[in-house]
Design a binder for this molecule. Structure first.
Ligand code: HEM
Length: 310
């Protein structure tokens, strides 16, 4: 365990940070204005700015972002845990954006656009997965130095992660209900719970493209987790019988499978990393811990795409 104390370099004076989540006003540049700036600076970077900020800080509210890391214990590893937790929340945000947009493209019958977006989603999912490389450097002893400060906080309460699960179709009224007392988060979670997922829209696309899909797979209670359906499996089997690169539905099936595989690897890395860090102790969120995480590694978002391989 780290026996040394963390030294916290002071980066931002929080009293100077504008705390609004709104985008800050800032001037735009053009090719012409950039050309004249280069002439003025003779090719050197700009260093003189008006007011008390600069455009890089304002574009993404960087000073605000970098004021949000507050370890609550003297444990050395807590800073790493906080930074990686926040990085993962941002990546889930980016991932959800891509998946929600892939869904829009599928709904509009633009399969090629959806394929382009899903390509990025698979890569991003790999990026989130590799976060376990860093988190696994937190030892069991290092984690125990700050675990008590988490109270009953658990990743299971991540509303951003829940949005990702829901847009993919793994719905849970119970896990959603953990957010019902948070008025600025609950309406969006509730809407996601009760809306068709990306896969529901893919199934509707298969029906539009002439595959016979049972009504129960096309219009159902969206708040329930997706259940494998024989007519959907038959449709994918027919599509995979024509496994050509110019068969866009086949490529869509493969892109979804790649994503599902990467997500499964993510769940597996979480489970193994957690076994290494806390062994078989119960989770902070009330679950049995590692046993619960192991059970969810078997989940597949798009079950028929796996079934047809057998
Ligand atoms: C590194 C130390 C970590 C440990 C020991 C750990 C442990 C656990 C445990 C035991 C659970 C089961 C639920 C419960 O708490 O009872 C869980 C769930 C979860 N954790 Fe972690 N976790 C760690 C890091 C993280 C990080 C950094 C994130 C990213 C934000 C995260 C995201 C999640 C999510 C999203 C779930 C719910 C999974 C699901 O609904 O399928 N975990 N974690």
């Amino acid at each position: 365990m780290p026996t040394y104390e963390p030294h916290m370099p002071r980066i931002v004076d929080p009293t100077g940070v504008e705390g609004s989540p709104d985008p800050r006003p800032m001037p735009v540049s053009t090719a012409d204005s950039r050309a004249s700036t280069v002439e003025e600076t003779e090719g050197e970077p700009l260093v003189d700015f008006e007011g008390t900020s600069n455009p890089y800080i304002d574009y993404q509210s960087i000073d605000l972002l970098l004021s949000l890391q507050h370890p609550r214990s003297p444990g050395y590893d807590e800073m790493c845990f906080i930074v990686m937790g926040q990085v993962k929340e941002l990546l889930f945000r980016g991932l959800h954006f891509e998946l929600a947009n892939a869904q829009v493209q599928v709904r509009e019958d633009s399969i090629e656009n959806a394929l382009e977006i899903l390509g990025r989603a698979v890569t991003m999912m790999g990026y989130v997965t590799s976060s376990w490389d860093v988190l696994s450097t937190i030892t069991s002893e290092g984690f125990s130095q700050f675990r008590d400060t988490l109270g009953t906080a658990s990743g299971q309460l991540s509303f951003m992660y829940r949005h990702v699960e829901f847009v993919l179709g793994n719905k849970s009224e119970r896990l959603a209900s953990a957010h019902r007392n948070v008025p600025h988060v609950w309406p969006a979670i509730q809407a996601a719970l009760n809306s068709p997922s990306l896969y529901d829209d893919v199934i509707a696309l298969l029906a539009r493209r002439g595959h016979e899909i049972e009504a129960v797979a096309l219009d159902r209670d969206w708040s329930q987790p997706y259940q494998s359906n024989a007519s959907v499996e038959a449709a994918w089997r027919a599509i995979y019988a024509d496994a050509r690169a110019d068969n866009l539905l086949y490529r869509l099936g493969e892109a979804l499978t790649s994503f599902d595989q990467q997500f499964s690897v993510y769940r597996w890395r979480h489970f193994v990393s957690v076994e290494r860090i806390i062994g078989f102790k119960p989770g902070t969120g009330g679950s049995s811990g590692v046993g619960w995480l192991e059970a969810v590694t078997h989940h597949r978002f798009f079950p028929e795409l796996w079934a047809i391989r057998t």
